[in-house]
Write a protein that binds this ligand. Structure first.
Ligand code: ADP
Ligand code: UDP
Length: 234
């Protein structure tokens, strides 16, 4: 029988008959400020599942190995079970969010070389910033794994920057998660959606979770617009 293995802030992970496969359920829940701001938002699960499935399929078509197996229903997908590396790998093409507040600069500075940051995935510790030597010292990840994760992140940045550009959107920043397969190989996991990235349109309008974080728009309407653009561009 299927067991609920984990319930996070946005998704549930269920076991399946195959020990190597998980069923993901995208929930109608939005959180910000590490869960301190929380809302039930009808329709969010459907639109995020659709966007993330399309993006993962697009990346796989471009040669990126991912956990994605298939979309099962409006809110569910099947994925390869991995041992998640507890690091959030953030790439920034343009200053925004915490980068802008931490360094006291405005949002919208375009970087010549993308900024790369890692955060230790820990709700109790509030996902602290962690550098390479810290993550190696704590044996969170091996050097070769970290190098592989950044190689894949850079490739994802190139592919998605071009894809979103065709949609008239700027890929400002995004977060990726990686996991180890049973044989130790590192693959891209979790989700890629407006929950985990920042997307601005040509007028600087926020087309991502900042509409929720900052109470400046309707989340499902905004994400549905991104989905429509994605369906035409992919
Ligand atoms: P959070 O844990 O940040 O609240 P979610 O609600 O999105 O996030 O929960 C999904 C959880 O499942 C995350 O902890 C994520 O790291 C993990 N996960 C994502 N993909 C896989 C996978 N293929 N195998 C195992 N765990 C995964
Ligand atoms: N991000 C994420 N999960 C997190 C923290 C950040 O998906 O727990 C994404 C976020 O959506 C943005 C990027 O990582 O696209 C950079 O986020 P930032 O550090 O600016 O923090 P935020 O302002 O999003 O809390």
């Amino acid at each position: 029988m299927a067991k609920l293995i984990y319930e996070g802030k946005a998704k549930q992970m269920w076991s399946t008959d195959d020990p190597e496969v998980l069923r993901v359920v995208y929930m109608d829940q939005a959180t910000a400020l590490n869960g301190k701001k929380k809302d039930q938002i009808n329709g969010k699960g459907i639109v995020n599942n659709e966007i993330s499935s399309l993006i993962f399929q697009y990346l796989m078509k471009k040669g990126i190995e991912t956990h994605f197996i298939k979309k099962l229903s409006e809110t569910e997908e099947l994925v390869k079970k991995v041992e998640i590396v507890p690091l959030e790998m953030v790439t920034r093409n343009v200053s925004a969010g915490h980068f802008a507040t931490r360094f006291g600069v405005e949002e919208g500075i375009c970087f010549e070389t993308p900024v790369e940051e890692t955060y230790y995935k820990s709700d109790e510790l509030d996902d602290p910033f962690i550098n390479e030597s810290q993550s190696l010292a704590l044996k969170i990840v091996k050097k070769e794994e970290l190098d592989a994760m950044w190689d894949i992140s850079r490739r994802v940045n190139e592919i998605l920057t071009a894809l979103f550009d065709r949609m008239g959107l700027i890929l400002v920043d995004f977060k990726l998660e990686f996991g180890r397969l049973a044989d130790g190989r590192i693959i891209l996991a979790d989700e890629i959606s407006p929950d985990t990235s920042r997307l601005w349109d040509a007028n600087g309008q926020h087309m991502d979770k900042d509409v929720f974080r900052r109470n400046i728009g309707d989340l499902v309407e905004t994400y549905t617009e991104v989905l429509n653009l994605l369906e035409n561009a992919k």
